[in-house]
Design a protein around this ligand. Structure first.
Ligand code: NAD
Length: 490
């Protein structure tokens, strides 16, 4: 350990409570470790602390978890998103003023709000809503519940939403929100009160024609129904039935759309099909691995199975599993539903994080959190294609490694756009009091996402850049055109 690291480390207190351990567990972002593995004993790296868990990280160096987590700063998604924007701007020489507008967010709301817990005590929570840009239409973006949500993460995710809606040619801007909490620490009733109180605190900062939230990590249709109900309750009786499109990803009965639940995974699979056609690759014999088995990961896994492809490894926050002969995604989805994660799935073997990442397969679908593919994990990935179901899964350093190793990437703003496309359909159906069949939704989704893929591929060939930069270029071009046509008020 370097001297400075040690001095820095000495200032930290040892982990004393479960809560601190949990935070550390999330900060480190490495699943598969349980509290029971925190053992008393001296660690070879920090020596001075007696509560630690010694594990072998991807870098191959044995270190104490505590040392690792505290010495490693959480990668800044917003910085990465801006770096990517600058890379694209250099290629197309975007107008400097417009670049400056696009590099910043428009509105940022941080709310601290009290919520009554089941015990009768009150807890203060922090929630965020960042509205990045609405040049193309109302702000649009998900809402996530996670202990590591912070303003920079939400800024980064909001910015990615602007690129995504611009790239898809749908009339929305970009936003994102989140509440800093671990859903596992709260009962369902508490989550309902938290959701309602946060919605109330947001007030008119959201609205059906202004800013429209949707589900994201650890949020679901039920939570969207609570947002809708709370928002409606603040309206006058005549307005109440005209605002069901204040939120998308609702349950069907509350104005949700057919196909919305599977939409992001469906979009990922439509693009994997397209990539396979372009590369004359037979999906019938393909193996795939998936990180994250929530909404996006589990739907992508289930839909890809219909092509005859074989799921061979999965990792989520509870651990990682593998079976060379294949894991049935339907069975795994049922297991996850009942047990909260893939850990302990009886028809596969447990593996560690490093083994998961180095599993040889044709396709990798990251569908968990951001910054999972870094310079180390990109080096050990043994796949032909990364289809980014999650937002920001690849760090810029990881991206360089993927390019050097000629691993194809379908970038996030293209690959996971199925969710926002079908959210747009839900919004339209609500506005028009219509109800579309799932076949119609799937056909429309496929048309939009595949034509965006074609535009990105053409831009990639025209500018001789990777698919991520090309996707960014198509998005900026559209925004630049709109700003030039309309000018800047006044
Ligand atoms: P989810 O909450 O349904 O699932 C998240 C999954 O990630 C869970 O399986 C969880 O166990 C796993 N996970 C969390 N931390 C992990 C870690 N450190 N290591 C491994 N696995 C971990 O969330 P979701 O809606 O499926 O979203 C997943 C990703 O897809 C996010 O990046 C989200 O922004 C993005 N996305 C979601 C949608 C959507 O419609 N839900 C749309 C576009 C993009």
């Amino acid at each position: 350990m370097k001297k400075n690291d040690r001095d820095d480390f000495k200032m930290l207190k040892p982990i004393a409570t479960t809560k601190e351990w949990k935070l550390l567990y999330y900060q480190h972002g490495r699943p598969g470790l349980e509290e029971s593995r925190v053992s008393k004993g001296l660690c070879g790296s920090c020596e001075i602390y007696d509560i630690c868990s010694i594990v072998k990280p991807v870098t191959g160096i044995w270190r104490c978890e505590y040392y690792q987590a505290k010495s490693k700063k959480k990668p800044n998604l917003y910085e990465n998103v801006i770096r990517q924007l600058e890379k694209a701007e250099e290629v197309i020489h975007c107008d400097k003023d417009i670049c400056e507008i696009l590099a910043g967010t428009m509105n940022e709301l941080v709310v601290h709000f009290p919520v009554k817990m089941d015990t009768g005590r009150v807890k203060m929570l922090t929630g965020y809503r960042v509205q990045h840009n609405n040049a193309l239409g109302p702000f649009k973006g998900g809402l996530r519940f996670h202990p590591l949500v912070d303003i920079d993460e939400v800024r980064g995710l909001a910015t990615l939403m602007t690129w995504k809606t611009a790239l898809m040619n749908i009339p929305f801007g970009g936003a994102k929100g989140g509440i800093q909490l671990d859903p596992g620490d709260f009962s369902a009733k508490e989550i309902e009160r938290i959701t309602r109180r946060f919605t109330y605190a947001l007030g008119n900062n959201i609205g059906p024609e202004y800013d429209i939230p949707a589900p994201d990590v650890n949020t679901n249709p039920q939570i969207m129904a609570w947002i809708l109900d709370t928002y409606m309750s603040t309206m006058t009786p005549t307005e109440r039935n005209r605002c069901s499109h204040v939120v998308t990803g609702k349950p069907l009965e509350s104005g949700g759309s057919q196909g919305r639940n599977k939409a992001t995974g469906q979009g990922v699979v439509f693009l994997i099909e397209k990539w396979a056609q372009d590369h004359r690759f037979n999906l019938n014999r393909a193996d795939y691995i998936v990180q994250g088995f929530g909404n996006v990961g589990s739907w992508a896994a289930r839909l890809l199975k219909h092509h005859g492809s074989k799921l061979i490894a999965v990792e989520d926050v509870t651990g990682a599993i593998r079976k060379k002969e294949g894991i049935d995604p339907e069975e795994l989805a049922d297991y996850v539903q009942q047990n909260g994660g893939v850990n302990g799935f009886p028809k596969a073997d447990p593996i560690d994080h490093e083994t998961f990442f180095s599993t040889k397969a044709d396709i990798f679908i990251p569908a968990a959190l951001e910054n999972q593919i870094n310079a180390d994990t990109a080096e050990i990935l043994d796949v032909r294609l990364v289809a980014e179901g999650s937002n920001g899964p690849t760090e810029p350093e990881g991206d360089k490694v993927l390019q050097r190793r000629h691993i194809d990437v379908i970038p996030d703003i293209l690959c996971n756009a199925g969710g926002v496309i079908v959210s747009y359909f839900e919004w339209l159906q609500n506005k028009r009091s219509e109800f579309w069949e799932v076949e119609e939704i799937d056909n429309k989704l496929k048309k939009i996402i595949v034509s965006a893929y074609e535009r990105v591929k053409n831009a990639s060939e025209r500018h001789k850049v990777d698919m991520r930069t090309a996707a960014q270029i198509v998005a900026i071009n559209r925004l630049e055109m709109v700003y030039k046509e309309r000018g800047i008020f006044p």
